[in-house]
Design a protein. Structure first.
Length: 182
């Protein structure tokens, strides 16, 4: 068992729980998309560890691509736009796309991304998330596959950060409020 980081108040999901659930969800996606040759789009940086574990449980032929985005919508600042900081290398026109994201919160990021990929001619966009903070949804979007519903708490680890810290923790922990409320 990994020692809990002193900035975390508790471990929400252990390595074993994550591994089991990620592989079960991947098996489901593999069966549902059988016969396709999708592009797996990872949303940097939060999804990298989930992405790496998830795609290794898929048997279908895959191409890998990545995007980095920041959202300036839903509460944070004004414009309500998604800023693309790193775009895909490949063309998604006519392709089945699997978007792999760490967490869906307001849903703003994924709603914008799905719209963008469809505008670029993707044949289908399947959204896979590791975590879903369902209570906080403001956009009319739901992941096609989600590994864990979580409460409205700020979580870190397994790729997720607070100010670029804690991404390499192997579990998902709830960050102590004192860390971000000081
Ligand atoms: P949305 O656009 O509001 O759905 O926000 C999604 C993004 O917010 C994710 O890709 C994360 O970068 C970030 N985020 C939301 N909640 C958390 C959290 O609890 N921990 C770390 N990042 C989070
Ligand atoms: Mg993110």
């Amino acid at each position: 068992m990994h020692q809990i980081h002193p900035d975390c108040q508790k471990i929400l999901l252990t390595e074993d729980e994550i591994r089991a659930r990620v592989s079960a969800v991947a098996k489901q996606v593999d069966a549902d998309l059988a016969g396709k040759r999708p592009v797996a789009v990872g949303i940097l940086k939060g999804s990298i560890i989930f992405y790496a574990d998830f795609i290794r449980c898929l048997n279908m032929p895959l191409e890998l691509d990545f995007m980095a985005v920041s959202s300036y919508g839903s509460g944070s600042t004004s414009s309500g736009k998604l800023k693309i900081r790193k775009d895909l290398d490949g063309d998604v026109n006519g392709r089945d796309v699997i978007v792999i994201e760490d967490i869906i919160d307001s849903g703003f990021t994924l709603a914008c991304l799905k719209k963008l990929l469809l505008e670029r001619g993707a044949s289908s966009v399947t959204i896979v998330t590791l975590l879903d903070k369902h209570e906080r949804r403001t956009e009319d979007i739901a992941p096609d596959y989600n590994c864990f519903e979580i409460p409205d708490e700020f979580v870190v680890g397994y790729g997720l950060d607070y100010n670029e810290k804690y991404r390499s923790l192997p579990y998902i922990g709830i960050l102590k409020r004192s860390v971000y409320e000081k």
